[in-house]
Design a protein around this ligand. Structure first.
Ligand code: VG1
Ligand code: CO
Length: 544
């Protein structure tokens, strides 16, 4: 092994977005691109001499090559230990679990989450800190600044290591541990949920369960947890082989992309519970027999019922949701008499509150829910929560949600995404809107009156960091909301996200189809923002 210092030049586009650095695979394949980012991260940490990190990814194309690069930079930078998921695999929640369990200083997760993979798809890398959570903005910004001034990186000349055998060995001064990527995470799930009760439910002839891993990272986790530890039939799992291109699909668990699951769950004789997870295993979609659970409702149901579940019997310290997520969770918090925090989009904003012991459950409308057991959103945790809840309640998913609405009210909710919109046009739209806040306040549109028009900013109550321009909000007198923001995870053009919410407290009005219930708000948004005109699209790319 020979240590080398490689001269390099900065890339100007290495600012991490909502969840790490995401680019087309071809961008990451450029000479020095990944090396620069990893070195910038090490530099932002003040060097990694004597430190211990984890690394693994969602199995997408370029995962293995990237991992070998990180091993070499670790060696070049004097890292003490690298813990690697066998085969280069670690789901995002499992990486968070491993960092916490073994007291590591952080880790890299190689993933572009729900973005498509393969040689023409996306690749990504995110850094998580010692608490197991996504690096906060302070650190991602420091990485970016380091990347802009980088003129060298430290690496070694050494052959690839064997990623496929669980093993411990030394290369020079650095220890490498290739671990089972599943077992630590599966053990943690057994501490939180009543596995015997779930196993009994899964063996019930009248209960069918279907999980779709979308050819992404949760495949091996689902096999271990649902089949081996809980005795589910192998027919309960579909698309559970990890493929570097996710089978050509879009590993995003929603009604549009989880096609195989949706066809079965909305067919005749559908299973009682259906679920899917995304590329890196942190998202989830929950479906009942011919029924879709809106993620904002899912986190509210979870919070309302957590006291029934083994790991949460002591009750909740508090809850949190990202700003665009519906206020269904707020209603639960009010009844439980606990705080409900509203944070910007992205899991990194929950980290400080979780570390300070202010939260137990948190969620995002974008199919993300989790608790304080780790510092990431957690797809399989959510599925296990619903299974455990069904084992206790012995009623259908639809009945659980309907009962929740009857008690707390229903927050009709939908997100409309316009993908690959011209960057300039999208930014112009947002800038123009910011200038119109004054005029919009107090304006009436039929029965709707705008009481608040602003740009959400967030002051972190723990470290007082301020995050501005986190989404435009129009809030109406009847508590309806229209929110607009630009995505921070896309890789081509801009993605415009529009979020609609309408609160219904009258039980008689709770059975409308969602888009119908929101029609007035949807039309108003188009009138006010001229979305169709500006994007040149007659309808959204994805509706969730
Ligand atoms: C999206 C979601 C956000 C989520 C993020 C990462 O971000 O809206 O809620 O935290 O993806 O999820 P954006 O900036 O595109 O709206 V994942 O599963 O990609 O780690
Ligand atoms: Co994800």
């Amino acid at each position: 092994m020979k240590n080398i210092t490689v001269a390099t030049q900065p890339f100007s586009d290495q600012r991490p977005g909502t969840s790490g650095l995401r680019k087309k695979v071809s961008v990451f394949q450029q000479p020095h691109y990944l090396e620069n980012f990893v070195q910038a991260t090490f530099d932002a940490l003040g060097g990694v001499k004597g430190k211990q990190l984890a690394v693994g990814g969602d199995g997408r194309f370029y995962n293995r090559e990237a991992l070998q690069t990180i091993v070499r930079l670790g060696l070049g930078n004097g890292l003490k230990k690298l813990v690697i998921g066998q085969g280069g695999i670690l789901s995002t929640p499992a990486a968070s679990c491993v960092i916490r369990k073994y007291g590591l200083d952080g880790g890299f997760i190689l993933s572009a989450s729900h973005n498509p993979g393969g040689p023409h798809g996306d690749f990504g890398i995110k850094f998580n800190t010692a608490n197991g959570g996504p690096a906060p903005e302070k650190i991602t910004e420091a990485i970016y600044q380091k990347s802009l001034g980088l003129d060298r990186y430290l690496t070694v000349e050494s052959p690839d290591i064997d990623l496929d055998t669980q093993n411990r060995f030394m290369i020079g001064e650095m220890a490498i541990e290739i671990i089972d990527p599943v077992s630590d995470y599966a053990d943690l799930m057994m501490e939180l949920f009543d596995f015997p009760a779930i196993a009994k439910l899964l063996q019930d002839q009248d209960f069918a369960f279907l999980f779709d891993a979308m050819h992404a990272v949760t495949g091996p986790y689902a096999e271990e947890i649902f089949c081996r530890r809980l005795g589910a039939a192998s027919t309960s799992l579909i698309n559970c082989t990890v493929k570097p291109d996710f089978g050509g699909g879009h590993p995003d668990p929603n009604l549009k992309y989880a096609k195989d699951l949706v066809r079965i769950m909305f067919g005749e004789k559908a299973p009682a519970l259906g679920a899917a997870s995304d590329g890196d295993g942190d998202r989830n979609m929950i479906l009942g027999d011919n029924f879709f659970v809106t993620p904002s409702d899912s986190v509210a149901v979870i919070a309302a019922n957590a006291h029934l579940i083994k790991g949460y019997r002591k009750g909740l310290k508090g809850v949190a949701r990202s700003m665009p997520t519906s206020c269904a969770l707020d209603a639960v918090a009010k009844e439980l008499n606990i705080d409900c925090y509203e944070t910007p989009t992205g899991w990194k904003f929950f980290g400080n509150l979780l570390d300070a012991g202010k939260l137990t459950i948190c969620g995002e409308e974008s199919f993300g829910t989790s608790s304080d057991h780790i510092r990431e959103k957690d797809g399989l945790w959510t599925v296990l929560f619903w299974l455990n809840l069904m084992a206790i309640k012995k009623i259908s998913v639809k009945e659980i949600v309907a009962a929740h609405w009857q008690h707390f009210g229903r927050n009709y909710y939908s997100r409309h995404d316009y993908e690959e919109v011209d960057n300039k046009a999208a930014n112009q739209l947002v800038d123009d809107l910011r200038k119109r806040f004054e005029r919009l306040r107090g304006t009436r549109f039929g029965s709707l009156e705008i009481t608040k028009a602003d740009d959400f900013s967030y002051l972190d109550p723990i470290d007082n960091s301020l995050s501005k321009q986190q989404g435009i909000r129009l809030i109406f007198k009847d508590k309806s909301r229209i929110i607009l923001r630009l995505s921070g995870t896309g890789t081509s053009g801009a993605t415009l996200r529009l979020y609609f919410e309408k609160v219904e407290k009258n039980p008689a009005g709770m059975n409308l189809e969602t888009q119908t219930a929101l029609a007035q708000l949807i039309k108003l948004a188009d009138d006010l923002f001229a979305i169709k005109k500006i994007t040149g699209r007659s309808e959204p790319t994805v509706i969730t």
